[in-house]
Design a protein around this ligand. Sequence first.
Ligand code: DX5
Ligand code: ZN
Length: 221
Amino acid sequence: MKHLIAPSVLACDFARLPEEIALLNDSAADWIHLDVMDGRFVPNLTFGMPLVEAINRLTDKTLDVHLMMLEPERYVEAFQKAGADWISVHYEACPHLHRNLQQIKATGAKAGVAINPHTPVEALFPVLEEIDLVIIMSVNPGFGGQKFIYHSIDKIKKLKEEIIIRNLPTLIEVDGGVGMQNAQVLLQAGADVLVAGSAVFKAPDPKKAIQQLKNIGGLAL
Ligand code: DX5
Ligand code: ZN
């Protein structure tokens, strides 16, 4: 499978939201990554269902919703109704992760789990069969524009190996500090989906930046 690019709107100009989404619609972006932050699990606050719902009306692209929040089970159904195609919760916020994954899948959405930089990837192995997407956080969640944490590459490799051994369809997404400087290495390590916030929206030509990320490892499909 050709890798997927998921620009994160966290880095876009919210005063020009329709134009920014139109730009993504007209680009090689596969998914749109939406960072929901609650001010408790992470220090920052962003947006909730109303904005996801608005973006859903502006695009046909797949919506990849990353819930950086405590008790995400309270909002899973609402985010799916708002248009989320993929819903990811944080391992560190879910004492009943297996149940949370079932809940997400029962809504019809695909179920993802994000892990913080300090969480070993092996923590997910007991429930790997239940997970459609693993988000390896390569920065501490909460803010865009941070520096990539290099150890994340080892975690991608370990997880990829396990996914191959078990012959699972689970996708690996990398989130945080991703750009042209490390994309190739991440794909070689086994990443399937690259999230890019600043690398896309702070680039002089965001559409070109997306196309460049998509072109890595061959021609864009
Ligand atoms: C960080 C978010 C990321 C963020 C990535 O907490 O989960 O999705 O938007 O931004 P960049 O690509 O700028 O590191
Ligand atoms: Zn994210």
